[in-house]
Design a protein around this ligand. Sequence first.
Ligand SMILES: Cc1cc2nc3c(=O)[nH]c(=O)nc-3n(C[C@H](O)[C@H](O)[C@H](O)COP(=O)(O)OP(=O)(O)OC[C@H]3O[C@@H](n4cnc5c(N)ncnc54)[C@H](O)[C@@H]3O)c2cc1C
Ligand SMILES: *[C@@H]1O[C@H](CO)[C@@H](O)[C@H](O)[C@H]1NC(C)=O
Ligand SMILES: *[C@@H]1O[C@H](CO)[C@@H](O)[C@H](O)[C@H]1NC(C)=O
Ligand SMILES: *[C@@H]1O[C@H](CO)[C@@H](O)[C@H](O)[C@H]1NC(C)=O
Ligand SMILES: *[C@@H]1O[C@H](CO)[C@@H](O)[C@H](O)[C@H]1NC(C)=O
Ligand SMILES: *[C@@H]1O[C@H](CO)[C@@H](O)[C@H](O)[C@H]1NC(C)=O
Ligand SMILES: *[C@@H]1O[C@H](CO)[C@@H](O)[C@H](O)[C@H]1NC(C)=O
Ligand SMILES: *[C@@H]1O[C@H](CO)[C@@H](O)[C@H](O)[C@H]1NC(C)=O
Length: 531
Amino acid sequence: MRNSTICFGSFFLSTILLIVSADESFQKCLENEALPSQPISQVIYIPQNNISAFSSVLQNYVKNLRFNESTTRKPELIITALHVSHIQAAVICSKKHGLQMKIRSGGHDYEGISYVSTGPFFILDMFNLRAINVSIEDETAWVQTGAILGEVYYRIAEKSNVHGFPAGVCPTVGVGGHISGGGYGNMLRKFGLTIDNILDAEIIDAKGRLLDRKSMGEDLFWAISGGGGASFGVVLSYKIKLVRVPEIVTVFRVGRTYEQNATDLAYKWQRIADKLDDDLFIRMIFDVINNTQTGDRTNRVQFLALFLGDSDRLLSIMNQSFPELGLQRSDCIETSWLQSVLYFTNIPLGTEPEILLRRGTQGVTYLKRKSDYLEEPMSKEGLEFIFKKMIELVRPSMVFNPYGGKMAEIPSHAKPFPHRAGNIAKIQYAANWNEAGTEFANFYLNLTNQLFDYMTPYVSKNPREAFLNYRDLDIGINQNESPERSFIEGAVYGVKYFKENYPRLVKIKTKVDPHNLFRNEQSIPVFPFGK
Ligand SMILES: Cc1cc2nc3c(=O)[nH]c(=O)nc-3n(C[C@H](O)[C@H](O)[C@H](O)COP(=O)(O)OP(=O)(O)OC[C@H]3O[C@@H](n4cnc5c(N)ncnc54)[C@H](O)[C@@H]3O)c2cc1C
Ligand SMILES: *[C@@H]1O[C@H](CO)[C@@H](O)[C@H](O)[C@H]1NC(C)=O
Ligand SMILES: *[C@@H]1O[C@H](CO)[C@@H](O)[C@H](O)[C@H]1NC(C)=O
Ligand SMILES: *[C@@H]1O[C@H](CO)[C@@H](O)[C@H](O)[C@H]1NC(C)=O
Ligand SMILES: *[C@@H]1O[C@H](CO)[C@@H](O)[C@H](O)[C@H]1NC(C)=O
Ligand SMILES: *[C@@H]1O[C@H](CO)[C@@H](O)[C@H](O)[C@H]1NC(C)=O
Ligand SMILES: *[C@@H]1O[C@H](CO)[C@@H](O)[C@H](O)[C@H]1NC(C)=O
Ligand SMILES: *[C@@H]1O[C@H](CO)[C@@H](O)[C@H](O)[C@H]1NC(C)=O
């Protein structure tokens, strides 16, 4: 008994010593062996040195409170790179010491995999690398991956009121994860995805080399245009192609309850949303609210739209294609493209656009997201069934983002993102909550899974497709993070996220990172026979 206690004690002690010395030798590697051209000490955060500074750097970009618990595994250290040579040192020392690197830009990964891991790891934090150089003459911009989307939009609008960029609607999402993972926004019907509008990139590869599109080659450039950057290297910047937007755009949000024919409207939406004029994007949202008259729960269907034009033309399109909604001129708001970004993220119109530069953790909650693809319209009976289930479940909502337009014109192998023609919409399942602890998390995760299960008959099958940027570890977490992780293991999520593009991603991965330095819970595996 006594012996085993001592044994346990000394085992425990030696483990701690091992960890401490691993950190120390890792730090020495960063400072002395990797020889960064700029001093690196001041950008290394280690809990043993100053726990308060370490925790605050860690928590600054935790965007899902599920991964802000005391039980969440913490990194051994954080490097807040200021310079390319800091990234190169991180890559070289990660390889030398076998310490897993997690790359974090905006920290919006829905499963937190940019700042959480199952084994020992460190974070390469990109937030300091956020320069944005806009050239209106060329209609391009170079954007470093630590920038957030709000900064990109703000810097473009600062120089032109007739240019924009087709990316996500949430301003605090980071460029690094967003673009490398596919990225879409409310202009996708007109301009395609974010990755359909990038021209060049800079990456630090597994050998620590800084490469651009020309030196990395078309295969690797293709892979980091939607295949998830974190499998292939550290993306330092993207060169993006700006798009032309009108000086005046129109937005609206109208909601109808079950009693106000929400079923008929949802039914009709599925038949027209992907076929409308490309200038019009109408998102459909299902949730459950309290009926103000009866106090009972009821279903609500909301239509949230961006139209790249004025309200006259919008009303005429709506009158022709979706008269059942009864859209009124008074529902329509004409505004600038930049203000429409605020509107879509529930910031009141007229708010100073500087709010787009804000990076704080205000409004961060506990959350879960899942995704699906709608290929055939749901029947009225199907809609009624789902509405009834949503009344029982209450919390999870559903967001339908219509495709069609440019999305249907781009071949499914043009980029790693495969979900193009043949899709009416992508569905997002969303649950947010504010209660801490595993019990609540399990409760809300269960509700979300139930809704996802009820939707099975109505969505894509074989595979049931999913969107990489709506990261969901339910669909095949890979426990085996060793270089031997197999093609088949990776295929569980690889085929859902990438369909027939998965094998090409594995081939590129095998070529550029044969020792699987850049790995995570759902990274692209190395093909064992390709080494
Ligand atoms: C509130 C909210 C709204 C969203 N809205 C949209 C939307 O409208 N459209 C949409 O498409 N998606 C949306 N998303 C999803 C979002 O695009 C993804 O979560 C995206 O990956 C986040 O990027 P990030 O840099 O903030 O995340 P991070 O958590 O920092 O990174 C996500 C993944 O990318 C990797 N990565 C990050 N930076 C780099 C880099 N520089 N080089 C290599 N790999 C890197 C990370 O290691 C991780 O695997 C939203 C997410 C949230 C939380
Ligand atoms: C630790 O970091 C905090 C900033 O988070 C700083 O205010 C404090 O002075 C530091 N303490 C030491 C001992 O360096
Ligand atoms: C994360 O947890 C820490 C420690 O409990 C807390 O101080 C911080 O406010 C939390 N972050 C957010 C965004 O709530
Ligand atoms: C932006 O321009 C500045 C000045 O010309 C340059 O130093 C910097 O490298 C550029 N940044 C990017 C991301 O291209
Ligand atoms: C619902 O639809 C019916 C006919 O389909 C129509 O008569 C009725 O006015 C509609 N109700 C509302 C609130 O739009
Ligand atoms: C709806 O009603 C329930 C119970 O009456 C209440 O707990 C809940 O807060 C209400 N929700 C809203 C959004 O008002
Ligand atoms: C809508 O279309 C109908 C005929 O299709 C027409 O009579 C009516 O004036 C139109 N209304 C508007 C607001 O355009
Ligand atoms: C939800 O929880 C219930 C009760 O514990 C369980 O029976 C059910 O299988 C769970 N459903 C899902 C989809 O996780």
